[in-house]
Design a binder for this molecule. Structure first.
Ligand code: ADP
Length: 485
């Protein structure tokens, strides 16, 4: 099976969120099967220099006035072929993949990701710069949403799979973009790429792809409802038979407490003492009081409304009144950043807040804290709760999306810790339930026997990509054997 995996970010080259982790790990997990996979990514600033001996495959002209060069290399640290689209006018810039360093989103994002989408479709045509031709193009999120449309427009034989990693980001742009992006005008309609008077990359992906997937079974159900569908619920209900929810895994090599190079000590489910040493070192690093028995709560997250971290601010006084500590790493909405920084000022030695993106510190927080807090309002899959499981940092999560699918909640009673329990899933997604659930978790923390049992169960839960990769394999086989839409 030959598969082109199209993405706007991939770990370790460029990452703003979970999509990068998935794009790095899923192809690696699939490559051990009989799937031949190539990844396609824009060559953002400095990227060609980071990759080993990129080979120039040739030029492509996705639109009449845009010419780009295609390079082939390997995704660093793997044997996976990586195709990079070199188009300096579009991608060689300061700032993030989607954002100007200061002024919000890049204004030409429709063109930047229109080019990514179009090049992906072109590469699925015969003899396009290389003999290798994909049978399936796997597209990810709105940045690749026009690919299924272009495949159809160009009459490609390749099948398309479109994966939703977050329906909240949709790539909706002014209707005039249909000219610049060479979209057929007759398809600018409800049965096409139009969405409430705009050109929608997400709508195009959802409408034209042969198969749809999203990153957890619960999110697959949720996005068909008014509450979580962001206006696409009708279309998703209509396509329910083509929509699969496959829970993400995590890279258990990179996220391994027994050998994580970012950690000052190491541990396993059967020898947990290293975790205590990491906690001590983390308290020192972050200026928290050296208290071994105080429960330390961790947060690593984008600081946004989606992540529900305003609820943690709301209950902070009551929570911190019970004596726990809190370590937060994140960046996002300015007002939320300010609120967290002021919380740190009010609770010196008890609350540590680091604003920014810091991969090494994220590993140390994952390992050095006791409880991981993730009260998201919606969460397509979420990775941090799985890192928490792997590191024996017990997750307390909202009852939504991939959080509900990956954390096995339960109640500890006279019989002790239920055999399957690996964390707490909030009964209701509101601030008072978050407080009660965290207090319950902290009570159990005080019982070290029960807590260690919970930690061992969490660390032994299978969060690897293996099972998920098998589900994707089945999805690809099904889409290949079904007639073209
Ligand atoms: P999302 O993609 O919605 O942001 P996920 O939980 O799926 O959320 O993935 C977030 C990824 O980004 C995880 O790998 C997490 O560790 C990482 N991350 C988020 N914020 C930070 C940060 N400030 N520093 C380091 N890593 C972060």
């Amino acid at each position: 099976m030959r598969l082109l995996f199209v993405t706007s970010e991939v770990f370790p080259l460029i990452k703003t969120g979970g999509l990068a982790d998935v794009s790095g790990a899923l192809p690696t997990a699939l490559a051990s099967s009989d799937t031949e996979i190539q990844i396609l990514l824009p060559a953002y600033r400095g990227m060609l220099a980071q990759c080993s001996s990129p080979k120039h495959l040739g030029s492509l002209q996705p639109f009449h006035d845009i010419r780009c060069e295609l390079y082939k290399t390997l995704l660093p640290g793997t044997n996976i072929p990586l195709l990079l689209i070199d188009c300096p006018a579009l991608y060689d810039r300061d700032g993030g993949p989607y954002h100007h360093p200061l002024h919000g989103e890049w204004e030409d994002n429709p063109l930047r990701f229109g080019v990514l989408s179009k090049v992906a479709a072109m590469l699925a045509m015969p003899n396009m710069l290389q003999a290798w031709q994909p049978e399936i193009v796997h597209c990810n999120d709105w940045q690749t949403g026009l690919t299924p449309y272009y495949l159809k427009q160009m009459g490609s034989q390749a099948k398309s799979v479109f994966s939703i990693h977050n329906l909240a980001f949709q790539g909706n742009f002014h209707a005039d973009w249909r000219y610049r992006l060479t979209l057929n005008l007759e398809d600018y309609q409800a049965e096409g790429y139009e969405f409430y008077g705009q050109v929608s990359f997400m709508k195009s992906g959802l409408f034209y792809a042969d198969a749809l997937s999203t990153v957890s079974p619960t999110y697959a159900r949720e996005i068909q409802t008014d509450q979580f569908g962001f206006g696409f619920q009708g279309l998703l209900q209509h396509r329910a038979a083509d929509l699969t929810g496959i829970l993400n895994g995590i890279d258990t090599e990179i996220w391994n407490p027994a050998q994580d190079p970012y950690l000052p000590a190491h541990y396993t489910a059967s020898a947990l003492s290293g975790k205590q040493a990491i906690k001590q070192a983390l308290q020192a690093e972050l200026g928290l009081r050296q208290q071994a028995d105080t429960p330390l709560l961790g947060v690593v997250s984008r600081l946004t409304y989606q992540k529900g971290l305003d609820m943690l601010i709301e209950i902070a006084d009551a929570l911190l009144g019970s004596g726990c500590q809190l370590a937060v790493l994140g960046s996002g909405e300015a007002s939320m950043q300010r609120q967290y920084l002021s919380l740190m000022q009010r609770y010196p030695g008890q609350v540590a807040v680091t604003i920014g993106y810091n991969e090494p510190l994220s590993h140390r927080i994952m390992a050095g804290t006791d409880i991981f807090v993730m009260p998201s309002r919606f969460e397509p899959c979420g990775l941090n709760q799985m890192y928490g499981l792997r590191y024996g940092t017990i997750p307390v999560v909202a009852n939504t999306g991939g959080l509900a699918d990956s954390v096995h909640g339960g109640e500890i009673n006279a019989q002790g810790v239920p055999g399957k329990m690996t964390g707490w899933v909030m009964a209701d997604n509101d601030a008072s339930t978050l407080l009660v659930t965290l207090q319950t978790a902290m009570q159990v923390y005080a019982n070290s026997g029960q807590w260690q049992q919970l930690q061992r169960q969490a660390m032994q839960q299978d969060v690897s990509w293996e099972t998920s990769a098998q589900h994707y394999q089945t999805l690809y086989q099904n889409v290949l054997s079904s007639p073209k839409a």
